[in-house]
Ligand binder design. Structure first.
Ligand SMILES: *Cc1c(COP(=O)(O)O)cnc(C)c1O
Length: 364
């Protein structure tokens, strides 16, 4: 058997008629930049999340920049985040000439440990940036309470969790600004680069809309230093065709995750989602001891795996200047040694899941 990790081809075949028609409509109109599909998609994203403003943009990395630009983050400001995430989270903080201040993670959820946040707050701290790793929201009540007490802003890097909920609310309603990515392999992906920012704050929304188009408030009149950060109309057209199926796909991802967990518990450390929130399972990630060998054996049997992420950010060469070292964030460091993501997409059949589980069990 040969397993596909994300199975984007199967997904395209399922929705092909709508996707092709939507792309063709853009070609027919040649409205490639800020075509009417952009506003339509933003309306649909607002409806889907019940968030007042959804603003699409070029990708999930630029979404983080737009959020920090809207908050007027200045050189030397400190932003508290997790070292166990994709590089973009802290890279964008550094691009703003601010300083990423890392806090270790919870060993069960892999998200930032809120009990360790207050110890690193200084008079330079401006914001907390939790990441919803693998699709599960962080402890937002605890994080928002700390932010309120110390007068800080909260930005959720929700690149992996669009569609997840926290205490019954869409994740995009749980911070000052929420950002996401529509990179093809994310739970809701387009066919190239794409992203969005969400907020219930009118001032942030207005500013991010300007920042996305070179800080302009009127054509060729620039109120702020902004960026070229728009989503392409063709990508909006793809997302408009896929969004109506997304709730069903999230159910499918949960079905796969539940089957994995039932069949794998006792063999490897399976992921856990807290009872007051839902995950969209951007990844189904287990912990194992002999990861390298296991990945090799699974690959031989047609089962692709991945490691999210093999090196925590405080150990990356680009962050050498922060002066951090091995041992500073032991929970993240151990996770980086042990985590392994299994194929995850809503189309995995029961037969494929059983094949993956049995092959994994016999390879340990
Ligand atoms: C994918 C990802 C991003 C970046 O999104 P792009 O659309 O690829 O720029 C940022 N943060 C996290 C946690 C991600 O997983």
């Amino acid at each position: 058997m040969k397993i596909d990790f994300a199975n984007l081809q199967h997904q395209y075949q399922l929705y092909k008629a709508d996707i092709d028609a939507n792309i063709q409509a853009v070609l027919n109109k040649s409205n490639y930049i800020m075509g009417e599909e952009i506003q339509q998609l933003e309306d649909e994203l607002q409806n889907f999340t019940n968030t007042k403003h959804a603003i699409t943009c070029s990708n999930g990395t630029d979404a983080l920049l737009l959020a920090m630009m809207a908050m007027d983050i200045q050189p030397g400001d400190e932003i508290i985040t997790t070292p166990f995430t994709f590089i973009a989270t802290a890279e964008t903080i550094a691009l703003m000439h601010a300083t990423p201040v890392f806090v270790d993670i919870d060993p069960v959820t892999y998200n930032i440990d809120p009990s360790k946040i207050e110890a690193v707050i200084t008079d330079k701290t401006k914001a907390i940036m939790p990441v919803s790793l693998y699709g599960q929201p962080a402890d937002m009540d605890e994080i928002n309470a700390i932010a309120k007490k110390h007068n800080l802003k909260v930005i959720i890097d929700g690149a992996q969790c669009f569609g997840s909920t926290y205490k019954g609310q869409a994740s995009s309603n749980c911070a000052d600004i929420y950002t996401t990515s529509f990179f093809p392999a994310k739970p809701l992906g387009c066919y190239g680069d794409g992203g969005a920012v969400f907020t219930n704050n009118d001032d942030y929304a207005e500013k991010m809309k300007m920042m996305r188009v070179h800080g302009q408030n009127k054509r060729y009149h620039h109120k702020y230093i902004g960026m070229g950060g728009r989503l392409d109309t063709i990508q909006a057209a793809v997302l408009l065709a896929k969004l109506p199926h997304y709730a069903k796909e999230i159910e499918g991802r949960n079905r796969v995750a539940q089957a994995y967990t039932e069949q794998l518990s006792g063999t490897v450390t399976t992921p856990q989602v807290k009872a007051d929130r839902t995950s969209v399972w951007a990844q189904y990630t287990v912990r194992v001891q002999n990861r390298g060998q296991l990945q090799e054996k699974l690959k031989e049997q047609g089962i692709p795996t991945a490691v999210h992420y093999p090196m925590p950010l405080h150990k990356q060469e680009c962050f050498k200047y922060l002066g951090l070292k091995q041992g500073d964030f032991p929970v993240a460091e151990q996770a980086a040694q042990e985590v392994m993501s299994l194929p995850m997409n809503p189309f995995l059949t029961d037969e494929e899941i059983t094949y993956i589980v049995n092959t994994l069990k016999s390879s340990i």
